[in-house]
Design a protein around this ligand. Structure first.
Ligand code: ADP
Ligand code: MG
Length: 624
């Protein structure tokens, strides 16, 4: 039967190029990946055999077999798992399943010799064989089918598919080693690699040597072992088997006994996966029933706001024939989820309190995901609030909790203040914060898009309303200034209210419908003006965020706040009513409004008018 040539998907070609040129020092990890795939293939067949026992009747003992041919410089890894038919070979070994990969590779396509650890996250384990092999041949026969197929490639542009012979089901992968990779035909080295990387694998890994066959690994599922019998390295290796590509930030291994019995081995990653916010992304927790793999997509087992978790849950009570589709509503799953959520939140809380530095790493990666729980998961809201942390105007690099914040509120302060924006540094410089700084009032700095959703849905924490610093009615008057607070506040320069009122009247006349109101500001100390939204209106940062995402058409008018003590404002107020001041005050009104917009990071609606006014103002200020 003729051989068919098929080109790799573009993404795969690019990826293979990165792999082949990778400077990755631990080439031996290709073996871990192949064993991991073999183990997955056995898991999948074991599951199918629950309903179709014929599939495994002839050959019921699952195993992986590794053998070498030193003369031919050939390494062979063979399993009796589910196998692949022609279609599966083409799609599984010729494409990349995960969405978002393309965009990521686009960004990194010029990284010659990129670190494999960064591409590890795509589930591209198989392709790592091309680090050590010049040619690879896969012969596979799908369980329950008679025809076997051969896939072969040298890892450049294309692969071939043809009919083949194979005794029994499963997959055999034959590597023609590249020059200089002889260590991978040395049985001593191979045994050592398997021990290091695959000891946690639950099925026997058999090394075929001159003196017969030897099972190299422990061959018991790692989560069934006692904690004390598992080394850190074994935990880490298992983490890779469940899709981790970095180091685990936290590893949790616990058993639950009683009415429901199940074992859990869970990991929190230390790095953010590239597709964390991809709507199609699933969590990484695999469900087993009595050591039999059921599914990696048990929706009800882990809530979406914990989707960064990886690991295993192994239940003793679920029926083995549990339907994957019905898992979501299974009451046992629900009970397990509740317990898992509680445990994870407790452990996160402990870390947050005891190791704030380490917690910060976690929070930077996954805080935005956890916060989704605040509006999606009403039941756990209070627990979640305990582990939520913030940057604030007074905390420097440290993160603060809402409880910390409330504990240090100023006398007379009756709200929790926050300000939101896209970028931390920029938010810190917001003019609206000046008055808060002068009074020593802490303001939480929010920079995640989800903040705009959970804040309104929570509204209040420990009876203190959450209020935006960019909104009118901040009531800063009531708060007692600190002894050591900003000097500027203490000297409390007087201003002529009558004159400022006249100026404001002029501004209103000039700006008319452009603003909702013009008012004296309580919150400015250094800047002359700023924009705020009216009490009942949408927060102006939220409005901008929603507009950027095309989720809002409406535009709310803003209030222009004026700092009456600012020298520019006092001289403008002095000039009102004087000869020839009219036009200048009008220009000033427009210019100051534009200035306030610029400080908000917004566009000036009429740049040419802005330039004209600015030029006129500058010329009139020049001597002579
Ligand atoms: P991942 O394991 O993360 O899915 P891989 O690149 O390691 O990514 O493997 C790609 C796919 O190829 C697997 O998901 C599986 O469907 C298939 N596959 C690889 N090796 C085997 C095998 N030994 N038996 C059956 N299927 C396999
Ligand atoms: Mg794999």
């Amino acid at each position: 039967m003729a051989e068919e040539k098929i080109r790799f998907e573009t993404e795969v070609s690019r990826l293979l190029h990165i792999v082949a040129n990778s400077l990755y020092s631990q080439k031996e990890i290709f073996l871990r990946e192949l064993i991991s795939n073999a183990s997955d293939a056995c898991d999948r067949l074991r599951y199918e055999a629950l309903t179709q026992p014929d599939l495994t009747a002839e050959d019921p003992e699952f195993r992986v077999r590794i053998s070498v041919d030193d003369k031919a410089r050939m390494l062979e890894i063979s399993d009796n798992g589910i196998g692949m038919n022609r279609d599966a070979l083409i799609s599984d070994l010729g494409t990349i399943a995960r969405s978002g990969t393309s965009a990521y590779l686009e960004e990194h396509q010029d990284d010659e010799g990129a670190d494999l650890s960064t591409i590890g996250q795509f589930g591209v384990g198989f392709y790592s064989v091309f680090m050590v092999a010049s040619d690879v041949e896969v012969v596979s026969r799908r369980a329950g089918e008679d025809q076997a197929w051969r896939w072969a490639s040298d890892g450049t542009g294309e692969f071939t598919i043809s009919e083949a012979e194979r005794e029994g089901r499963g997959t055999t992968i034959r590597l023609n080693l590249r020059k200089g990779e002889d260590e991978f035909i040395d049985p001593v080295r191979l045994r050592q690699i398997v021990k290091t990387y695959s000891d946690h694998i639950a099925l026997p890994i058999v090394l075929v040597g001159d003196d017969g066959e030897e099972t190299v690994n422990e061959a018991s599922a790692i989560w069934t072992r006692q904690k004390k019998d598992v080394t850190d390295d074994q935990y880490k290796e298992f983490y890779r088997h469940v899709g981790g590509f970095d180091e685990p930030w936290m590893t949790l291994h616990w058993n639950v006994e009683g009415k429901l019995e199940y074992r859990n081995l869970m990991y929190v990653p230390s790095a953010k996966p590239f597709d964390l916010f991809d709507p199609s992304r699933k969590h990484g927790v695999r469900l087993y029933v009595k050591r039999v793999f059921i599914t990696a997509e048990a929706d009800g087992l882990v809530p979406p706001w914990l989707r960064f978790l990886r690991g295993v849950v192994d239940s003793e009570d679920l029926p083995l024939n549990v339907s994957r589709e019905l898992l979501q509503d299974n009451p046992m799953i629900t009970r397990m989820r509740k317990a898992i959520v509680k445990r994870i939140l407790t452990e996160l809380g402990k870390k947050a309190d005891k190791k704030p530095e380490e917690y910060k790493t976690f929070w930077d990666n996954f805080g935005a995901v956890i916060k989704e729980g605040l509006y999606e998961d009403f039941e756990n809201r209070d627990q979640i609030l305990k582990v939520v942390r913030f940057h604030s105007t007074t905390s420097g690099d440290d993160l603060v909790s809402l409880t910390d914040y409330v504990g240090r509120m100023k006398k007379g302060q009756d709200a929790i203040y926050y300000i939101s924006g896209e970028d931390l540094d920029q938010v810190r410089k917001s003019p609206q914060l000046e008055g808060f700084a002068a009074k020593g009032i802490e303001v939480l700095l929010l920079t995640d898009a989800v903040d705009d959703f959970w804040i309104p849905s929570i509204g209040v924490f420990e009876e203190k309303p959450l209020k935006s610093a960019t909104r009118a009615g901040a009531d800063l008057d009531k708060v007692t200034a600190e002894e050591n607070a900003d000097e500027k506040d203490a000297d409390d320069a007087k201003f002529d209210e009558g004159k400022v009122d006249a100026l404001i009247a002029m501004f209103k006349l000039t700006l008319q419908e452009e603003v909702k109101d013009v008012r004296i500001s309580e919150r400015l100390t250094d800047s002359a003006v700023c924009l705020v939204s009216d009490e009942g209106d949408m927060d102006l940062r939220i409005e901008r965020m929603l507009k950027q995402h095309n989720q809002l058409d409406e535009t709310f008018k803003r209030i222009l706040e004026i700092n009456p003590k600012h020298p520019l404002v006092t001289s403008l107020a002095d000039s009102v009513g004087k000869d020839g001041a009219g036009k200048k005050v009008e220009d000033a009104a427009w210019l100051l409004l534009d200035e306030a917009r610029i400080m908000e990071g917004e566009q000036v609606p009429d740049p040419s008018a802005f330039s004209r006014r600015l030029n006129a103002m500058m010329s009139s200020g020049l001597p002579g």
